[in-house]
Ligand binder design. Structure first.
Ligand SMILES: Nc1nc2c(ncn2[C@@H]2O[C@H](COP(=O)(O)OP(=O)(O)OP(=O)(O)O)[C@@H](O)[C@H]2O)c(=O)[nH]1
Ligand SMILES: [Mg+2]
Length: 519
């Protein structure tokens, strides 16, 4: 078997992944060449970092969010050819860009002078499958971040858009394949054209495995929060001025809540974000010169200053006593609303230096919550997420393979699922079904199943932080009883199957906790 990718540490590989990998290794010896190779691929992915795709409509700010996550401005955020291609940002000790052609050959390139993936790839774009960009970044050790081409079209209302939304022209085969390998997703949404966002999400789901987009492993980001104005749209009637000095995110937060409810079966939450500010702050692009420019704007006559904040055009009007180059830079790094907030911070304390301004801008950008979601919902749950995706890959491989391979793979899966320690895999699958409302359950039960399926410790799983082992055992037993009666009474056959899985999960956990307290 080809050795797994060793360019990363195996942080994501936990007991469930090891279990699936062991079953793969034992089943592959009886398989024919192509099936064995496909199983090797599954194993390679198990031992690689979590594959996190950033997806969304064209120009929603996907590349900007990618850069903020990586902490470096590497992915181009304007209209250039590589934005139409899938780019995988991977951990590597030597910075390099590899263009992977459809025939599998690779061409190496350096990053451009600005440290970005180069605009000119020196190859026919039609021949390119995707781009692998290697760099050192703490996040990339455990997570490969995949920047995806925008779904849908900016040309709203046109025939092109409708056809594009039907999926036919959205993704070429190579992009589709690269996206299909995603194990978790950040969906970048915007206020504008929300119907497009939702349809983009549906197209993305169609291009991925079922597991790649359920609330278990998908989170939404409401980007361009700085441009979201209350009352300008049906945003739940936030009634808060967009520029409210107290909470610059108030309008965006309210809209994000409404979107989270609308998309509750697709994503775990929708988090408001000023992506551009996050990128600038995280990639260290806010300099003393920028702080100086903000200070100069703060020193302008109040009326003159307010006119600047009306629009990007007015911000760059020629007759203002702050150098145009400095204002252009600010506009590119923060945009008008965040500049206004920066100026507001200086109005309170004009001694703030670039470092502190950067920290405060980062704090209002909403990026902390996005990073936490990636960390706690994806990176730390990677074992369960990856193992479940691997299992789904094996199931579809069984379906696609001729006999006797098909049966052998199915036998392997069956023997895996018989093992008590693999029950968590069934739980994660059940939780995905419930979270995506494929099997509807009352909201409190749905939340319980999700928590139980992906919690890292027994206390996490039972929602009892700080409880003693005895208390946890009692809670597990009580929950097992509750779910057994739910499985038997008052549920549909599909709900009953889920309830049996959850009941058995609690029962196994109770046994485990019992034996732990006895030893
Ligand atoms: N005001 C504002 N602008 C943003 C924000 N996030 C991104 N942008 C800008 O929106 C434009 C598009 O951002 P990209 O990151 O290139 O968007 P994308 O989704 O990758 O675009 P495609 O790959 O072409 O589909 C850029 O000019 C960004 O600077 C934000 O939070 N606020
Ligand atoms: Mg892009």
């Amino acid at each position: 078997m080809t050795p797994p990718d060793t360019t990363t540490d195996a942080g994501a590989v936990g007991p469930l992944c090891r279990l699936v990998a062991a079953v793969c290794t034992s089943m592959r010896t009886n398989l024919s060449g192509p099936a064995a190779e496909a199983v090797d691929d599954v194993v390679r992915r198990i031992f690689g970092p979590l594959q996190l795709a950033v997806a969304g409509r064209i120009k929603s700010g996907k590349s900007t969010v990618v850069n903020a996550l990586i902490g470096r401005r590497v992915s181009p955020t304007d209209v250039r050819e590589c934005t139409r291609l899938v780019t995988r940002f991977r951990y590597g000790t030597v910075d390099r860009v590899e263009v992977v052609r459809l025939d599998g050959s690779r061409a190496q390139l350096p990053y451009d002078a600005d440290g970005m993936v180069p605009a000119d790839l020196h190859v026919q774009v039609d021949d390119v499958a995707f781009i692998d960009a290697y760099l050192t970044s703490a996040l990339l050790r455990d997570v490969t971040v995949i920047d995806t081409p925008g779904l849908g079209s900016v040309d709203s209302g046109s025939v092109t858009r409708t056809r594009a939304l039907l999926g036919a022209e959205d993704l070429d085969e190579a992009s589709r394949a690269a996206i299909a390998s995603a194990e978790a997703v950040v969906f970048v949404l915007t206020q504008a054209a929300r119907a497009d966002d939702v349809e983009a999400l549906a197209i993305f789901r169609a291009a991925t495995t079922r597991q790649a987009s359920s609330p278990i492993n998908a989170v939404g980001v409401l980007n361009k929060a700085d441009q979201i104005t209350a009352g300008s749209d049906d945003d739940g009637g936030a009634g808060v001025p967009a520029t409210g000095a107290d909470d610059p995110m108030a309008a965006a937060r309210s809209l994000a809540r409404a979107q989270a409810i609308a998309l509750q079966h697709r994503v775990s939450d929708v988090l408001p974000l000023m992506g551009l500010v996050a990128e600038t702050a995280e990639a260290g692009l806010f300099t003393e010169a920028d702080a100086d420019a903000l200070r100069q704007i703060a020193a302008l006559d109040a009326a003159e200053r307010e006119v600047l904040f009306y629009s990007a055009d007015l911000f760059l009007r020629p007759d203002v006593d702050v150098p145009l180059t400095a204002r252009t830079r600010l506009l590119e790094r923060l945009d008008v609303e965040a500049i206004r907030h920066g100026v507001g911070m200086l109005a309170v304390d004009d001694r703030l230096q670039a470092g502190e301004l950067r920290r405060r801008l980062a704090a209002i950008s909403g990026f902390g919550a996005v990073r936490d979601a990636v960390d706690s919902e994806f990176r730390r749950r990677a074992d369960a997420i990856k193992a479940n995706v691997a299992l789904a890959s094996l199931e579809s491989l069984a379906g696609a393979s001729p006999e006797p391979d098909s049966n052998r793979i199915r036998d392997g899966i069956e023997s895996l699922l018989q093992r008590p320690e693999a029950h968590r895999l069934r739980l994660v699958e059940a939780a995905s079904l419930v979270a995506s409302a494929t099997v509807p359950l009352p909201e409190d039960l749905a939340r319980e199943v999700a928590r139980f399926a992906v919690g890292r410790t027994a206390a996490d799983q039972l929602g009892r932080p700080g409880a003693s082992a005895d208390e946890l055992a009692a809670a597990a037993l009580a929950a097992a009883r509750r779910w057994r009666s739910f499985a038997s009474f008052g549920s549909t056959p599909a709900q009953s199957r889920v309830a049996h899985t959850v009941h058995r999960g609690y029962f196994l956990l109770w046994q485990e906790l019992q034996s732990a307290t006895r030893s």
